[in-house]
Design a protein around this ligand. Sequence first.
Ligand code: 7RM
Length: 660
Amino acid sequence: MAVRKATIDTLLQEDRIFHPDTEFNRQANVKHREIYAEARSNSRIFWAMQAERLEWFQKWDQVVDWQPPFVKWFVNGKLNACYNCVDRHLKTWRKNKAAIIFEGEPGDTRVLTYWDLWREVTKFANVLRDLGVQKGDRVAIYMPMIPEAAIAMLACARLGAAHSVVFGGFSPDSLRDRINDAGAKLVITTDGSWRRGKIVPLKKNTDLAVAECPTIEKMLVVRRTGQEVSMQEGRDFWYHELEVGAQVGGPCEEMDSEDMLFILYTSGTTGKPKGVVHTTGGYLTGVATTHHMIFDLKDSDVFWCTADVGWITGHSYVVYGPLANGATTLMFEGAPDWPEQDRFWAIVERYGVNILYTAPTAIRAFMKWGEQWPARRDLSSLRLLGSVGEPINPEAWMWYHKHIGGQRCPIVDTWWQTETGMILISALPGITPLKPGSATVPVPGVEADVVDKNGNPVLLGKGGFLVLKEPWPAMMRTIYGDDQRYIDTYWNKIPGKWLYFAGDGARRDYHNYYWILGRVDDVINVAGHRLSTMEVESAFVDHPSVAEAAAIGKDHAIKGQAISVFITLKSSISKEMDSGAKTRKEMQDELKAHVVRKIGAIARPDDVFFTAELPKTRSGKIMRRLLRDIAEGRALGDTTTLADPAVIAELKNRYEAKES
Ligand code: 7RM
């Protein structure tokens, strides 16, 4: 990272503000602003109180042991994550409450009560134990979004084995590398998974991966799609066969608070993926607390986080947070546009979803498809919306607020990472005034800052590096097997002080609200001005014809970099342009003028390129690095994390043929 200037310039000005209404405040889990001051005055007491949400087999004797950059939370406390998510609810009226509502891609549905979940998890754990899984082992999980994925995770936790969930859209090679890095002894998969009416051959992929995984002893296969697969005698086992003889019930391993709960791999910009290690007591405390406070969870709510369990969002807010709180969590296996572009809204209507947590990439796709899709469904059950994964552009926020939230639902824009385990910056919906595009403020008990490259706080209004100043319970403990990489990646970038460096740029406004500016590696440098991708892109998305934008800096002899922007138009506008009602040139000029008006001449792009899709990671984040490669005429860098390689290939061809 060649940083000359120590900060990031800021241009975007967003003045809209939405105050929590009295009705919402009156019923909110957090009603009073004092919680911030209380947490700040003694964060150890604050987190110790939050840890009381859980049931501990043995109480901790120290809240936190901070030996930077290594931390232990709830030292010597003993608990089991599966016990906290399942067993303990059977002692209450929640025994017959829906724990998981599931809808499969083909439209099949299942509801598991907490009692059902306990029966399924204990059986699953007993099957795993019979296959040789023990406390301390690592187990890989490569499955679609079906209840058995959550059941498998909980079963591992029950036995004290760490799971490593690998997203079902990853290739055999990615699965192989993750299995080998973790030294997993068993892998759980399915015959296949559904993807827009077609079958993805997960078992076949797993066979290919495992052929090069010396540590794998056994493979457990859950039947999902029902197609023919080959089973290797002595290594592969059908779950539905072993389940028949499996015992129901059985104890949970007593785990130390600092025992590993899971590893989750996150791709670095270069080199091999990092195995982010999360432990038990702090992680569970962090996700249960934030799930309760930020999503204002009530026992009667249906909570739907649309993330796949292959991502941290799925771990923390589909499985562990909601189940620790005894919530009803919805799992959906399919895609938002299959069979039609109203699938999410059909699900909200069918199950009466109250809280919806999704990503800007999905919201911008809904904007592109048009508001007629949500309009044909009854969304009146919704009372709270959430966003995660990327900065949400103010106009996407406004669209979400109007067309999904009916202008009545608060939106919590939640900033966090795989590494942070839990949400760190977010509104509390009953008390925090909202500003579209801002994640607002750090949650109680979290200390953040925006600093320059020397670690000094920057002035309000100035952009800089987002850091965390104090440890928090759900923070990663290390990179699996590589403490040095953990130190170098997160702690050694800013000298002098122990600051956790998140890799994101941010600024704070005069209300002390945080505006996430995007990854610092993506910052654009025009004639000495460091511009954030988020601000340039948001100025484009502010134009009524634009659904999505990706801005990059392209090498320029005089300015250092010039701005290139890749634009996806709303479907109705694309049709208009195809019919010749407006030329590309006219549209490009109109958009350039709009951006100059919105944030100034410094942000005028040299080129505007139209595209039906932008290159994204499998979790939906825009991959600007590949757009830079295209714009600068280089061979494409690492494309292994790309969701759909066809998108970038087509984009490259069209760009080189100057088709926009
Ligand atoms: C939860 C998750 C982490 C990166 C992070 C940011 C970006 C996530 C927001 C956001 C702006 C948000 N984990 N990010 N949430 N940027 N506003 N609300 O996404 O490990 O997959 O990604 O995602 O750049 O560093 S992750």
